[in-house]
Design a protein around this ligand. Sequence first.
Ligand SMILES: C[S@@+](CC[C@H](N)C(=O)[O-])C[C@H]1O[C@@H](n2cnc3c(N)ncnc32)[C@H](O)[C@@H]1O
Length: 216
Amino acid sequence: MIRKLDLPDGAAPSDTARLSAPSALRNRDAITAELTRIAPASGRALEIASGTGEHVIRFAAAMPGLTWQPSDPDPTRRGSIAAWTAAAGLPNIRPPLALDAAQPGWAARHGPTDLIVLVNLLHLICDAETKIVLTEVALALAPGGQFALYGPFLRDGAATSDGDAAFHASLRAQDAAIGYKDMADVILWTKEKGMAHHRTIPMPANNLLLVFRRPV
Ligand SMILES: C[S@@+](CC[C@H](N)C(=O)[O-])C[C@H]1O[C@@H](n2cnc3c(N)ncnc32)[C@H](O)[C@@H]1O
């Protein structure tokens, strides 16, 4: 599912490539603050499902020792990422990759990487696709590399607010195979793929940032 995107306030016609997602504007400061606590000082960082590009420009500014590789399968979003990146003028963001993370095999082309960040995708894909994403993430991480996974999750099979329950139900109504994943399932699946669960960080609006590590 793709959420409605709006142009940023004050956008001129020449800015039309730069899309803006209200949720990214709401959560990017909190996510950036936590990532700066766990990220290595230098190395390669891959963002999966970068969306508009409003996250990666914050991440790259806050963590300048990392070279950031944004990605998204959607060409319009890649155009937006490129436009935000050009406007930000940061030297440590690479051009966006066309990456469908639910297709097997991408880790061999895009690893090894020291940090992988994924924000708000798993509830939009099915369990089988989620397991492919986690398999490839584990393969793409360098030894000791970290995976930061942000989003809404079920806890013990239940949503944590009426709003989350309603959104989960609306996703299931669109497609019975998608919707919020249970936190325990995701932790189990990542363990099966060879990653170790390192931290669970509560985030605003009932979201979580789950941090995993590939053993050295
Ligand atoms: C809800 S948006 C989140 C975007 C961004 N991470 C954010 O939080 O603003 C979901 C994004 O996932 C991308 N996407 C959908 N399926 C994908 C897949 N299989 N692999 C990688 N990205 C995917 C979409 O193109 C879209 O940009």
